[in-house]
Design a binder for this molecule. Sequence first.
Ligand code: ME8
Length: 524
Amino acid sequence: MAAKARERYYVTTPIYYVNDAPHIGHAYTTLACDVLARFMRLDGYDVMFLTGTDEHGQKVEKSARAAGMDPQAFTDQVSQNFRDLARAMNFSNNDFIRTTEQRHKDACQALWRALKARDQIYLGSYAGWYAVRDEAYYTEAELVDGPDGGKLAPTGAEVEWVEEPSYFFRLSDWQEPLLKFYADHPAFVAPETRRNEVISFVKSGLHDLSVSRTSFKWGVPVPDDPDHIMYVWLDALTNYMTAAGYPDTECAEYTRYWPADLHMVGKDILRFHAIYWPAFLLAAGLEPPRRVFAHGWWTNEGHKISKSLGNIIDPYHLIEDYGLDPVRYFLLREVPFGKDGDFSHRAMVNRLNGDLANDLGNLVQRVLSMINKNCGAQVPAPGALSEDDQALLTAAQELVDSVRRVIRVQAFHEALEAIWTVVRAANAYVDRQAPWVLRKEDPARMQTVLYVLAETIRHIAILTQPFMPDASARILDQLAVPEDRRAFAALGGEGALTQNTPLPKPEGVFPRYVEAEATAESAG
Ligand code: ME8
């Protein structure tokens, strides 16, 4: 245990373009990272969890112009929206990086120099298609027909023809080394289907990549050639190293945290993270990250989420309507992580009222109020354990191992499913043991049953902390579990509840969601 205690874990979110208001998609990616960061901290790891904003490039410059603002003033203002979201969602990031910070410009220029020194960058000229929305270059062959006969990027973004002097990165030299890298590191890209897509894309042939622009100014200047600014993706990807102290590769942060354990991204930006990024790093003689996970896409009641459709899901509205922890639970429980998912009010309410209010909420409420009324509001005193008692306790105690196993591969839905198997087992045990009958017939046995249940709830609430930090804390408060006994080291017999500890008055943790219409009907 002690040896593992200070292992480190470095997890990152994409840095978000500041031109958009934060929506459910951004909240989702960062939430997944937050759960991992909290989980690993509770498991004894020294965690670095990074998020931030991507502030350079043509897309942001355009938005600043549309807002009638200087790009720096614009990004100063809108970057704050993402910090505010992090607070509202209770994210526990240790750092928030902005690509307009000096530390980041220094890192980008250092990486450029390292690539240049190794002859990985050369001056040429680019003529081809560019999509500002994706900040990506496309070949003629990749374009698709648009509805009005024009050409579009495969993502549906508009493309423009670009001809300008440009530096190129020798990406074509990295085809074989990348394929070898994927083969040597089978867990590098997840899920498996995405890994296969990446490998077949690389096998289909890589072209050298244009990595500088001259037709606008909003970016990091290329060292020794200030007519050029660095391609925004080379700039953006470097953020993961900036925050770890690069270019000072000797510093404590860098030696401790690089390479990152996990870059969490949406499937839209996998190519940049799983192909370009490891190629840049290998070419610069630096270590690539250990893993890139590409999760799926959220739709709204079956429709693609977009500004133009006016159906953006605002995380603030969700929090207001359903409560923060139910939203955090829903997003990671409803959809197998990695797959696309659809947000619907009905699905949200089903999870809230079913899994949270009925299954977990009722369990906690029933058990704690029985203890409050019948055990003098103290942790009950257990007698000898029956087979049934032992089976439930063992299931609760073994839960951490199965949860840990699936969290390691970012299968959040499976982690929650495993926890809920024990929640449901505890509810079935209550029904079987009927402590309300024991109250009269065998009060000593009732104490044992309620103790077993309280211990089971303690295990469940410790394990739900990464997902629902506030609700779990409220449950642990009601069991009088001290703050320093809430990490995974306190699971099992180690941190078991002590009989006769006074308990506060129980309060419901997950109120049922009642439909507005239903309230009106029942009132009328
Ligand atoms: O791409 N469903 O930034 P971005 C799920 N700056 N996730 C979604 C989503 C949806 N409907 N919409 C957005 C960029 N996301 C670059 C990244 S990293 C070095 C640079 C999430 O603001 C998802 O994680 O467009 C996606 O990858 C990310 O937001 C894109 O954010």
